[in-house]
Design a protein around this ligand. Sequence first.
Ligand SMILES: Cc1ncc(COP(=O)(O)O)c(C=O)c1O
Length: 395
Amino acid sequence: MLNERLEHLTDYPFDRLRSLLDPLDPPSGLEPLALSIGEPKGETPALLTEVLTANGADWNRYPPIDGTPDLREAIGDWLVGRYDLPELDPHLCVMPVAGTREALFLAGILSVPEKIKDSKPYVLIPNPFYQVYLGAAVFSGAEPYYLPATRETGFQPDLAAVDPEILEKTALVILCSPANPQGSVAGPERLREAIALARRYGFTLIFDECYSEIYGQTPPPGGLRAAADLGEGLDNVLVFNSLSKRSGAPGLRSGFAAGDAALISKFRRLRAYSAATVPLPIMAASAALWRDEAHVEINRNHYRGLFDAADSIIGSDFGYRRPGGGFFLWLDVADGEAAARKLWQEAALRVIPGAYLARTGADGVNPGQAYIRVALVHDRATVETALNRLVGVLR
Ligand SMILES: Cc1ncc(COP(=O)(O)O)c(C=O)c1O
């Protein structure tokens, strides 16, 4: 069974990228720059180190799997403030996790029954997508079903267009807004529509909102606000968020799931038997970071500057438009693999071909094929150097 499932997962994007580029030499005399990984390169907030140090005596204690009450409250308060929610019981509806990566994976096991209507259940994921979604689908024994998120659909999946026969057999849907890789933001109507479908067909709906705090002018709407607008509680809905992007601290491994109290309760039991706990000093630092917006505003302004640079260097070439959120450029270069090879060989830039972040869908098309994803995660001068090299080679 394990081997059979692993067969689905042979082509992890970064392994493929190494196979593509490592045999090739970048030009001598140019410093190689990696724009392939979405890892913020800035300094982490001073607050993080201060609180970690102040709680250093707690490294010798096993942390509670469900997080400290203080961290749950800090996250709950943040959610209520950020999304103007009427109420949210943090002790029933919030679960701290060791990064959302592990929680996304476990969400498959949480949500997928052995069969629905005598068939293998479906897990619906956007295409292209964050690769752990596929891990969640495959290791829960479900059939992954890819929802195209292309220019034609506003780079967000159109869940309402899915055949009702598929939705009848769907156990889990994962949506991502702002999206990795396209930066597209789902509007409130799409969020409400997805929740209504989750309730009509009885599937778990996860909104992956980990890029929610990296935006231009307008804060992206969120799944819990959409549920509040529908006014029927939080049934079927979980939102996931993380300090990795908001606080530029991917190494902290700290995030949360929040929403439907019944799902959170099952999730806690599942995690008690499986998942990594978040160490106490990290929980203390996380609570302080969720309570502080000053460092987030600095972080957001930094990314605004990087997109200003992209606007002026790239203009409207490669189908570029400033995305609603996140820190990726999703550029239409006709053949993403050829462009990635050329950028490495001629400009010492590592970017990831869009096809590696997507799969061939039921229509026989890989929606990432024409694209490259460029992560804007360095300081502004480095990003300007990289983008000037990029347009010099591809224009
Ligand atoms: C769309 C998306 N979801 C989830 C994650 C996982 O983030 P973390 O595990 O750091 O919370 C990432 C990380 O890159 C991501 O891009």
